[in-house]
Design a protein around this ligand. Structure first.
Ligand SMILES: [Zn+2]
Length: 236
């Protein structure tokens, strides 16, 4: 199919079935692939990557040694931007996640966040959840980052249990419990002495990323780990 025909079909589809901006609900133009231009530019950016020892890095300090960490925009439950995360995870829109992660990775590149990084590692999804949802949103985010940076995706962590058991009580037990859900994959061995960035959709408590970073560091000698999330809850 020629580009012209594809563009025409795309425009025709937009007329028949208008695509909407998930944030403001406005009809998207043919040059607005997933979000409208206004919502994209008004996104509540954290710019954490520009701050030394930022709030996200402090969240992990003392739990697991990491090189650096950032999240692209602030997640707040009541914010219209939360719809993006919901669509990516539950409403079959991982393509939007890939596109936004690619955009985000390009936006933060000038901070040096991706300098010296050897692999992009998605937070895994357990096979039972994968079967139910049909895709792992973090895999799409990792692909978007890879597209922007040229750094390969390596599925170095696997989800060995679907759920944390509910018998544990208290914050410390919950953290330990999340740790038991993840393990380094055999492919992680190639990452000895390398620097990887683990990618997730949203950071709230940090337990998932902490568990993945710990799994890698327990199994892979000399590995250096950084963390990237598309969104991060406000950490005060
Ligand atoms: Zn919009």
């Amino acid at each position: 199919m020629t580009t012209k025909v594809r563009q025409w079909l795309g425009a025709a589809a937009d007329v028949l079935l208008p695509r909407l901006c998930p944030v403001c609900g406005r009809v998207l133009g043919s040059d607005e692939p997933h979000l409208c231009r206004a919502c994209l530019s008004a996104m509540p950016r954290t710019r954490l990557e520009q701050q030394p020892l930022n709030a996200m890095e402090q969240l992990f300090a003392g739990l697991v040694p990491i090189e650096r960490a950032t999240g692209y925009f602030y997640y707040e439950k009541a914010s219209p931007y939360a719809a993006i995360l919901h669509d990516i995870k539950y409403r079959n829109r991982p393509d939007m996640g890939q596109w936004l992660a690619c955009h985000a990775a390009r936006q933060i590149a000038s901070s040096g966040f991706w300098d010296g990084v050897d692999a992009i590692v998605p937070v895994p999804l357990h096979v039972s959840k994968l079967a139910k949802r049909g895709y792992n949103q973090s895999m799409y985010l990792a692909r978007g980052v890879s597209q922007a940076t040229g750094v390969p995706v390596v599925e170095a962590v696997e989800a060995v249990r679907a759920h944390a058991t509910q018998t544990h009580r208290g914050a410390l037990d919950r953290w330990k419990n999340t740790r038991e859900m993840y393990a380094a994959h055999s492919s992680a061995k190639q990452l000895a002495g390398r620097h990887v960035v683990v990618v997730d959709d949203v950071v709230t408590t940090g337990a998932t990323l902490e568990a993945c970073a710990t799994a890698l560091q327990d199994a892979v000698p000399g590995i250096k780990v950084s963390l990237f999330a598309l969104a991060v809850a406000r950490i005060d």
